[in-house]
Design a protein around this ligand. Structure first.
Ligand SMILES: [Ca+2]
Length: 170
């Protein structure tokens, strides 16, 4: 006889800590596209936070620009980490943290939305005005959707950059 109740800590629900993975990662089945690509959109979901040697997305000149990440299926997620392009993008020794700021390549004004199957829905916790931080790590009430997009409407260099996008869920 299977005695489920004997399993320590089993509550009948899958623990979030086990289920949570970066569903945006290309190696987890996602793909990326953009309004334009001088550096491939796929570089933003390649797992590298270091932009050197082309691990970043770059649009053609001009605002706005859009980066879209398609999970290929519905995912439920509650945290998005955006790694903007740091000023010294050839530096592979310093991992951006909450205190890191940028003044050349980070996106200043942008929205983050998810596709709920019928329309784009804004995620206000991830949407910024006047941003100058390299790392934006935001949690929110879990949502379910098959893709997200980042629409950059203003940036220092007036073109879109993103080093990495992580979407955590299952
Ligand atoms: Ca990357």
């Amino acid at each position: 006889m299977l005695k489920v109740n004997s399993l320590a800590g089993f509550t009948g629900q899958r623990p979030t800590s086990i289920a949570s993975l970066n569903v945006a990662l290309a190696s987890n089945g996602s793909s990326a596209s953009a309004s334009s690509e001088t550096q491939s959109a796929g570089n933003a979901i390649d797992g590298s936070w270091f932009p050197n040697t082309s691990h970043y997305w770059q649009s053609s000149p001009g605002d706005p620009s859009t980066l879209e990440i398609d999970f290929g299926k519905d995912r439920t997620f509650d945290r998005i980490v955006l790694v903007h392009m740091e000023n010294d993008y050839t530096n592979n020794s310093v991992v951006p943290d909450a205190s890191s700021t940028g003044s050349f390549y980070v996106a200043k004004d942008y929205t983050v939305d998810y596709w709920d199957g019928a329309s784009w829905v804004n995620i206000p916790e991830c949407t910024e005005t006047g941003n100058n931080h390299v790392l934006r790590d935001n949690s929110f009430a879990a949502v379910t959707g098959s893709k997200i997009r980042i629409v950059i409407t203003d940036s220092f260099e007036h073109r879109g950059y993103m080093t990495e996008v992580e979407v955590w869920g299952h």
